[in-house]
Design a protein around this ligand. Structure first.
Ligand code: GLY
Length: 467
């Protein structure tokens, strides 16, 4: 945990930003059963609860009375049976003291407190719930039908929380740096292990072990695949073969749950072919361009479009696209090869605050999320501000079914040479992802050492471990 002052000042600032009054209800997460009640998934605390209270235990909730300033932590002290099975824990009073909360009550009392506030016509501010248990709790306590809860979330609270969490303090940056250090070990381990004959799952298992060895585990399910054209590929059953590329998209959480997220693509044989190198260098140039451009006041949507223009230009030089690259990007033609956005915010969640809603996190009144091809998949489009942490993850993918669909529909035919693109059906995909901190004057790449990123450096690094 950070110091008590960190949490008390975060909550004081939250109270100042929720001007409509009422109570702010912040449920933590509970244990979640995997295949029977007693066999639970790895516990992950709600990130907003962590941000304001720092307590990483299941079965807690908090109420902040914005009008009186009173803060109450609701949780139960452990019974003897709990202690026998799960071991001792500090008392609820001690936990509350650690985060600067004076008042504690049993967890069972919270429904009554919320019901009473509703009865008295007070505003009950809550964020969009994403776990079934918290949806049921909120529905029962507020009397709002579960399906109608999204219509009753507090936009004021959502905006207040986002406005605090989107700019990282120095102590948060130090945690993210630690997550990057673990991420570096994960990715360099993948590079050391990558060779023909090894299975994807061997690499996935090794790198996920590192995340657990040095932190709280992975920040999302790792992508370790020689079918890198499938964006979120969680299948690890292939044996790596000569001539293919391996895409590894993985990150770690620190013990305080701050995240990292990196992607590297490497040649299974240890040497890129000319064709792989040509595509790789375009993606790396797009990544470089995003770092060149990222600074306070810049719209991340514009940086996304600039990176896409680098991709369109490179693919045009290879004859896969044609026409003017800027016009191609304006028409969304690059989306055939890069169907996702340039990046997202990162912090206590790898997609930071995505539970609160992209329309509040990645967009604002100036930059509403577009439905246009080429920008519709961008999770974050708004202006960068000092303290924001972003991922930068351009890619080029050859997805046979998608290329065939566009060809059949004649979509953007003026900008795509489908016959040339078809020659890349066996190529796979390349993504290169780094994490950046927006500074007062520009940006800084996070991580003490950069995971090898150029083709030369990757080949050199891989060669060192091949004997
Ligand atoms: N790197 C995984 C993701 O952004 O979803």
């Amino acid at each position: 945990m950070f110091s008590r002052d960190t949490y008390t000042s975060r909550r004081a600032e939250l109270r100042r930003r929720v001007t409509r009054g009422g109570i702010v209800l912040l449920p933590g997460n509970t244990e979640s059963p995997a295949n029977y009640p007693g066999n639970v998934y790895h516990f992950r605390q709600d990130s907003t609860f962590l941000y304001f209270f720092g307590l990483d235990l299941p079965g807690m909730a908090a109420v902040i009375d914005v009008d009186s300033g009173k803060e109450t932590l609701f949780a139960d002290d452990l019974s003897m049976d709990d202690i026998i099975w799960t071991g001792p824990q500090p008392s609820v009073a001690e936990l509350a003291h650690r985060c600067g909360v004076a008042d504690t009550r049993p967890l069972g009392d919270i429904a009554e407190v919320v019901t009473e506030a509703v009865r008295r016509g007070r505003t009950v501010h809550f964020l969009p719930p994403y776990r079934a248990e918290n949806k049921l709790f909120l529905s029962k306590a507020t009397g709002i039908n579960v399906d109608a809860l999204p219509n009753h979330i507090s936009v004021e609270l959502a905006l207040a929380v986002v406005s605090l969490r989107d700019k990282k303090s120095d102590e948060e940056i130090a945690e993210i740096e630690e997550a990057c250090r673990i991420g570096y070990m994960m990715h360099t381990t993948a590079m050391k292990m990558c060779r023909p004959g090894i299975m994807e799952r061997e690499i996935a298992g090794a790198i996920e072990g590192i995340a657990l060895q040095y932190g709280a585990g992975v920040s999302f399910t790792s992508i370790v695949s020689q079918n890198g054209e499938t964006l979120h590929n969680h299948y690890y059953g292939n044996t790596l073969s000569e001539g293919r590329l391996l895409l590894v998209d993985a990150g770690a959480e620190t013990v305080m749950n701050y995240c990292s997220d990196f992607t590297r693509t490497m040649p299974v044989s240890g040497k890129f072919t000319t064709r792989q190198k040509e595509i790789y260098d375009i993606v790396l140039a797009a990544n470089d361009r995003a770092f060149e451009l990222s600074s306070p006041g810049k719209l991340y949507r514009d940086i996304h479009l600039e990176a896409c223009t680098v991709i369109a230009k490179g693919l045009t030089e290879l004859g896969i696209m044609r026409g003017d690259p800027a016009e191609a990007v304006a028409a969304g033609a690059h989306a055939l090869f890069m169907p996702h956005g340039l990046g997202h915010m990162m912090g206590l969640d790898v997609h930071d605050m995505e539970d609160i809603g992209e329309k509040y996190v990645g967009y604002d009144l100036e930059t509403r999320r577009s439905t246009e091809l080429g920008v519709s998949a961008l999770r974050m489009g708004r202006r960068l501000q000092p303290g924001m942490v972003m991922t930068v993850e351009p890619g080029i993918y050859f997805i046979p079914a998608y290329i065939a669909k566009w060809k059949a529909e004649g979509l953007n035919a003026a900008f795509i040479d489908f016959e040339t693109a078809e020659r890349y059906f066996d190529f796979g995909g390349i993504r290169i992802e780094d994490d950046l901190l927006v500074t007062e004057t520009g940006n800084r790449m996070l991580g003490q050492s950069r995971v090898p990123a150029t083709t030369d450096r990757i080949e050199e690094f891989m060669a060192e471990y091949r004997g």
